[in-house]
Design a protein around this ligand. Sequence first.
Ligand code: NZQ
Ligand code: ZN
Length: 391
Amino acid sequence: MQNFDFRSPTYFAFGRDTEHRAGELCRRFGAKKVLLHYGQGSVIRSGLLDRVKQSLEAAGVDFVELGGVVPNPHLSLVYEGIEICRRESVDLILAVGAGSAIDSAKAIAVGAVNQEDIWQLITERKEITKALPVATVLTLPATGSEASSSTVITNTATKQKYGFGSELLRPVFSIMNPELTFTLPQYQTACGIMDMMSHLFERYFTPSTGVDLTDRMIEACLLSIIDNTKVVMQEPVNYDARANLMWAGTLAHNNIVGVGRVQDWSSHAMEHELSALYDVAHGAGLAVVFPAFMRYTMDHDIERYAQLASRVWQVEPQFKNLRQTALAGIEALEAFIRDELKLPLSFAELGAKAEDIPYLTERCRFGAQDKLGHFRPLSRADVAEIYKLAL
Ligand code: NZQ
Ligand code: ZN
């Protein structure tokens, strides 16, 4: 196990009716003027935004609002939010919605109090020393942005979708009422589940040794997600299944299961190029990339793959042929994606094109020594092969 620092400072208010505490919590965290930031209307239609506003009014917290965040949130709206925060002396941004609204709020929080251009800060991965506090009322378990230190923003002019991280971006509080997820369409529920599973896989595939505790925590999260997926797909208003999925999404990405180990993240980098080019949902892109990544890298650490297959997918280990065990685990994941999540498994089903593979590969953000990821560092040729496996 590697040395690590870990701090997850977010205050969670979890459970039924917790959105009514938005005003009280804003006050507790020192807010006098809040920017309410949200997406394209689901929070208006559900009445959630009104309930949050009533709660702010009751607590005497002033607010302004900016809606209109789209999935794969756009830089252009971030600039609008920055302008509003500066003009209105906003001192906390409350995102009401899903990952895109939260990520947009985080980028606004950085841009509002830093002189440098927000896109320059993101592209150059500059270290920041200040940001406005961000808080969330979560409506879609998926990205883990309600507790994570990162934001992902799309510049539509350049077709670049880039992540940016800072400990200052971890929300000060997150309100998580599983009932708010009852209205999710089946497709969004599925994309969210694929995303949280991927956050666990990115951490599971590691070159680090001596990390048995976090291995088992990841496996436990995956087992619970798989069981509860089967319930919510049949019964979308099952409170306990929704609640377990919601908390799993947070645990998958606040890094409590990722400490002390080198993490991979190459599949996310490959997926971000798919959503930047085709504007597909992040979870759908991951459903296409992850099984291909697994098939390509399994021989690098067949025991780890066999362990996952046996402990999570209940594949009986073939001790004399661990490769067969490992492969059966990947096939079980593919069956889960196809039959339970009903998400695409190939470029063709996603609407991506084979002729774009050189472009997608070229655009991936390769790191040190021109490699992507850390489990089995990938060259450009490897990445192109993984995209081809996903055709
Ligand atoms: O815009 P509205 O009308 O609110 O509708 C949204 C949107 O259309 C809808 N929705 C959300 N909650 C709902 C609901 N519809 C009905 N009932 C509800 N309760 O769902 C749609 C998708 O929303 P979006 O915010 O785009 O989804 P998600 O939470 O999956 O966020 C995806 C974004 O997060 C990034 C992704 O790359 C993508 O840009 N990620 C952010 C991460 C982070 N900050 O740590 C990590 C992730 O790996 C990921 O990259
Ligand atoms: Zn993700």
